[in-house]
Design a protein around this ligand. Structure first.
Ligand code: GRF
Length: 219
């Protein structure tokens, strides 16, 4: 079996997507290993969850500004021989230099069907816009926020009477299914970027293709 790709997860808060990745990577057959968790906030609940799983986890000190924060991230990535980075609720924009150095080796999950609703408050904005399908996207990271080649998306229905919280919960359940499938594709080198569009090498898409239609139980 090919060596598992050493992967860091960058978080800022509760880390439920990080936990989904850790759970998936607990299987030896999974092509990525979660080898490091970094948080932009010292109190992030996700740090405890990572440590409970025996994964090195640290808060990054951004108090000296973006450049010194990113230098600390780079040092930790080098120390732990990291090859891939998953952003999972990481609330800092990475600098263009950092993104260039790690081009096509950083992925992010965003709670909307991009390019719709980049930025924050996606569930409120989806309800205000009256869309009937909402969801989440995993994409390779580029310097602009929530921008970059789309690897995969999961769509969830917007239901009559939905609140932002109810919709967020339905999307989050889809995120937890989608992100581990996408990391597996990326770690196994089954996806590549051609002219800023993602192309999958395995047409059979055995471990989950680029789309996932998620239905809540009972729908
Ligand atoms: C998720 O909705 C993710 O899509 C967004 O931030 C949220 C993070 O939640 N980027 P968690 O920390 O993974 O629970």
């Amino acid at each position: 079996m090919a060596a598992r790709r050493r992967t860091a997860v960058l978080i800022s808060g509760r880390g439920s997507n990080m936990a989904a990745l850790i759970d998936a990577a607990a299987s030896e057959a999974y092509p990525a290993e979660i080898a490091l968790v970094l948080s932009s906030r010292a109190g992030a609940a996700g740090l405890d969850r990572a440590r409970e799983a025996g994964i090195p986890a640290a808060a990054i000190d951004y108090s000296g500004g973006q450049a010194s924060g990113e230098a600390a991230i780079e040092a930790a990535l080098a120390e732990h021989k990291i090859e891939l980075i998953c952003l999972a609720g990481f609330m800092r924009l990475l600098s263009p230099d950092f993104v260039d150095r790690w081009r096509d080796r950083v992925i992010n999950i965003h709670p909307s069907l991009l390019p719709a609703f980049a930025g924050v408050n996606t569930h409120h904005r989806a309800l205000d816009a009256g869309v009937k399908l909402h969801g989440c996207t995993v994409h390779f990271v580029r310097a602009a926020m929530d921008n970059g080649p789309i690897i995969a998306q999961a769509a969830v229905p917007v239901l009559e009477g939905d609140t932002p919280e109810a919709l967020a919960a339905r999307v989050l359940a889809a995120e937890h299914l989608l992100y581990p499938k996408v990391l597996a594709q990326v770690a196994a080198e089954r996806v590549r970027v051609v002219n800023e569009i993602c192309v999958f090498s395995d047409r059979r898409r055995e471990i989950g293709g680029p789309t996932l239609l998620y239905s809540p139980p009972g729908l």
